[in-house]
Design a protein around this ligand. Structure first.
Ligand code: CMP
Length: 140
C-alpha cells in the first residue's frame, strides 16, 4: 500500500555533508520526499520526539546527540514506505548493518547512526504529525 514514513538525517550525517547521497538512496528506491525541513532541535523537542524511550538507559545521550546540531527531517512516500526505508537504513547498530545500507556506509556508532526512520505505520503517523502540519505535506 502507499505509505508515508518519517525520516531524520541525524547531526552526524548532516555534519558529514551526505544529505544528498542519502536523498539519492530514497529516490532510487522509489520513495518520494513529500515534506522536508532542516532544524536544530531543542532538548525539549528531542525529548518529546523520543518520549517512548524516556525510561531507557540511553535516553539522555540520545537527546544530547539529537540536539547537538541541525538535522534534516523529511516525510517519505511510496509503496511500503515504512519497511522500505528501514531496509535502506540497515540495523540500528552500524556494526550489524548489512553492506550497502545507509548505516553501514555513513554511521559511526549506535548513537551517531546517521538516520532515524519510523518503525511502524502507526508510529509514522505520530512522528509525521510531531514535525509537520498536514498542510506542509505535499501529495505527489
Ligand atoms: P533511532 O532509530 O533514532 O531510535 C532511537 C535511537 O536510540 C536509536 O536510533 C539509536 O541511535 C539510539 N540508541 C542508543 N543505544 C541504543 C540501544 N541500546 N538500543 C536502541 N537504540 C539505541
Amino acid at each position: 500500500a502507499l505509505e508515508r514514513t518519517l525520516s531524520i538525517i541525524k547531526p552526524d550525517a548532516v555534519a558529514k555533508n551526505v544529505i544528498g547521497e542519502i536523498y539519492s538512496r530514497f529516490e532510487k528506491a522509489g520513495l518520494k520526499v513529500v515534506a522536508a525541513k532542516m532544524k536544530h532541535l531543542s532538548r525539549q523537542e528531542a525529548e518529546g520526539f523520543y518520549a517512548v524511550h524516556r525510561e531507557r538507559p540511553f535516553f539522555a545521550a540520545l537527546v544530547d546527540f539529537m540536539a547537538s546540531g541541525p538535522v534534516m527531517i523529511q516525510v517519505l512516500e511510496g509503496e511500503g514506505a515504512v519497511l522500505k526505508n528501514r531496509e535502506l537504513m540497515g540495523a540500528t547498530n552500524p556494526k550489524d548493518a548489512a553492506a550497502g545500507t545507509i548505516r553501514a556506509d555513513f554511521a559511526d556508532s549506535i548513537d551517531a547512526n546517521a538516520v532515524h526512520g519510523s518503525d511502524s505505520l502507526e508510529n509514522a503517523a505520530i512522528e509525521i504529525a510531531y514535525f509537520f502540519p498536514a498542510t506542509d505535506v505535499y501529495a505527489r
